[in-house]
Design a protein around this ligand. Sequence first.
Ligand code: ADP
Ligand code: MG
Length: 410
Amino acid sequence: MQRVAIILPSETYRATAFLEAARDLGVRLTVVSERRQLLLDDADFLLVDLGNPIQAAADIVERHATTPFAAIVPVDDQGVLVAAYAAHDLKLAHNHPAAVAITREKAMLRRALRSKVAQPPFVVVERSADPAQAASELTMPLVIKPLSLAASQGVIRIDSPQEAPEAVDRIRRILACAGRNPNEPLLFERFVPGQEVAVEGVLVGGCLKILAVLDKPDPLDGPFFEESLYITPSRHEPEVLTEVAATTQRAIDAIGLTEGPIHAELRIDGSFVRVIEVAARPIGGLCGQALQFGLLGTSLETMLLRAALGMRIPEIRPYHAASGVMMLPTATTGFFRGVHGTHAALKVPGITKLTISIPVGERVEAWPEGNRYLGFLFATAERPEHVERALRSAFEKLTIEIHEVPSESA
Ligand SMILES: Nc1ncnc2c1ncn2[C@@H]1O[C@H](COP(=O)(O)OP(=O)(O)O)[C@@H](O)[C@H]1O
Ligand SMILES: [Mg+2]
């Protein structure tokens, strides 16, 4: 029986989806992670330090000697370089480590795409530079972001150069709290107006197979960029979607990615399609559960394992006419006390599931300091506008309680 290694940080729920997919496909799975996941007793584990990709890859190669792997799949940004190094050594299908490294650092990504793919004009601003002066090199408004964070953490829009010093200080504090180098250069780039879409796909021999294009129908105009709705199929015109697909493939080629999962974000500004970001991993959090395929409702994880094993990918047709997910926003910083109204929300026609992913009592932070959603609300319907309506109406029934003080001292 073939065996696949998946690399992921300690998020049990995602490992579970891959275990199910492996069972369906009749393959074995090894979970490569930083912490043993208590709920996954029956899984084969390999504990590694994802912060040290070369050592982590060597650990996978060593395990391969006793339990050979047919493929290595990264589930999260933290695992992409480890997967590339290990698969390179083991001569399995893989992305070149240099290509993967580009997706992990926003200035490298912008430089790789420059003059090849439409993207916002940008400058990389060193610690020593004057932020207001740097901002005045570009046309307002701007987005300022750290190079090394994700999930919109530390991403801030400014509307005048005078706002730059305060935004920069705030981002440096966020970097320090995240354990990153607070003095790393920052990316200043032109704010791209318009609607954002996400492309979820898988690369096979350099060729992108698009699994879904998801609209983000809430305006993402800042100043902070926490996400909310993802809905598929996209309601954009077919010509626009053709351009989205072509632009994503061009970006992938410019970066040099060739194999495995792809999650790209693009903005549609009239007839212009511009790349915001390309990642060599699947969609984050629980959002992948909004995607199912074919006549049987095959999961995204199954599609990714099939692709990794060189199995034929069945014709890519969505299982539901339309589906979507709302990430529950962390609107204020404080202690999460729970969500009321879940019963009423689940009764809204079209709503299929509500998962609260943060334990009650935990401290949560609003964006731009924060990077975690409270939970995920799912819906399916005949048309994307119905999915959107269901998600919005269910969300209205929810009351999210975040208090300034922990419950013991309340
Ligand atoms: N140049 C830009 N113009 C408009 N919106 C942007 C721009 N850059 C980032 N954003 C918004 O911020 C979000 C997060 O930025 P992104 O570069 O994707 O970083 P992250 O790795 O944190 O996801 C994007 O999904 C988008 O909504
Ligand atoms: Mg992004």
